[in-house]
Design a protein around this ligand. Sequence first.
Ligand code: ADP
Ligand code: MG
Length: 475
Amino acid sequence: MSKTAQSVWTNCLSFIADNISPQAFKTWFEPIQAVKLTDNALSIQVPSKFFYEWLEEHYVKLLKVSLTKELGENAKLVYVIKMENTYGNKQPFTEKIPSSNRSQVKSQEVDVPTKNKNPELRNPFVIPGIRNVKIESQLNPNYSFDNFLEGDSNRLARSAGLAVANKPGGTSFNPLLIFGGVGLGKTHLAHAIGVEIKDKYPEKTVLYISAEKFTQQYIESVKKNNRNDFIHFYQIMDVLVVDDIQFLSGKSGTQDVFFHIFNHLHQNGKQVILTSDKAPVDMIDIEQRLLSRFKWGLSAELQHPDFETRVSIIKNKLYRDGVDMPEDIVEFLANNIKTNIRELEGAIISLIAHSSFNRREITIDLARKIVDNYVKHTKREVSIDYIQKVVSDYFQMDVDTLQSKTRKRHIVQARQLAMFFAKKFTKASLASIGSQIGRRDHATVLHACKTVDNLTSTDKQFRKYVEDLNKKLTL
Ligand code: ADP
Ligand code: MG
């Protein structure tokens, strides 16, 4: 049987999977698609330039070994980067970069439209002598990489942050956008990057600013009629960190001025680091042209830390505060405060305070009382997202798989179960459920609900799924 891109890549994948952790495999290899095989060159499509750089840096040997096994000594690998279309064209464009075995690659196919540079901004305003003015970076030295503990939930963002700190403006992660929920470490990580840069490159002008303060300064500058000075000031930064950019939503004047500053910095190879409580796609009332800029670099999410990471964050904090706490209490805290690291720290601090003020030992009972103040016990409404997560976890697949177009039986069943529970536990309409679970229509959802009903009464194994999931969702 002759080889196809797909068959070659499938074999490579099984070799690769045997040689790296499941987590790494899932993150870095599952999203890849084999697209072409010619002679002994395999083209694989990766989601972004960042992805490509990461593969080249961490997995090029593994890729080479696996591909050589399949295609012989002269095997070549070609990356096809699927880029987001930010230029208003209907056709997505791709960029092809040969892998680092460059000598083996004959032709280098590059096909990237030149960025649409704004001609008005080519001539930056110049303020004589301003380079000599020392600019306070506003960084908090207590937020460092050393005390930003690594876990699955933050690995990508943390590594990208380190890469940026090593080569500010010199990676494709520009801007680097760190996003995630409240108290998950965005501000900490943003400072850590700035602190690290200052440490490595003391001559660089670094500035940390919250979007809120930026907005105030801007409004002030308009009042005082020195809007240009405001712009000049920001345009001389080598590294600009803007925290909580969701604050700019609805503020079109500030967005406009930020757009110009951003373009200027970006075109001059200066590094921009942004944080936001939402992913770019979910930001509201932010101008499209600004949003598309955010997507030029890398958006890295800080997710909820898993149990191990929570435990190590607690232990690290206790260690730095010089406090001893029994293991079972540490675990109790980690088990009960899950969604916000700031709250986790708050609970530890009040626990320590209570015990020292009242000269009481730190006990589970005391911990329980404190935790009650931090965790709201309101009965949470089950969302469609949550249902999809629970169902896919149960069947050990990810949500993307659950939503995919495949007709594989077990995946179809999982999807139907998610639809069934969405109907059961939420007030959403059939149409809305369909659109949220893999963009299906209302008839598909209706059919899913009927199928689940039928199978529940005829198939014992299936009934067990329904019961298990029901339990998990009503916990
Ligand atoms: P955000 O800006 O996302 O709301 P912060 O950066 O203010 O969150 O983080 C909240 C608290 O949690 C800070 O005290 C921070 O030091 C701590 N924190 C967050 N992530 C980590 C981590 N990975 N390791 C150690 N501490 C962390
Ligand atoms: Mg913050």
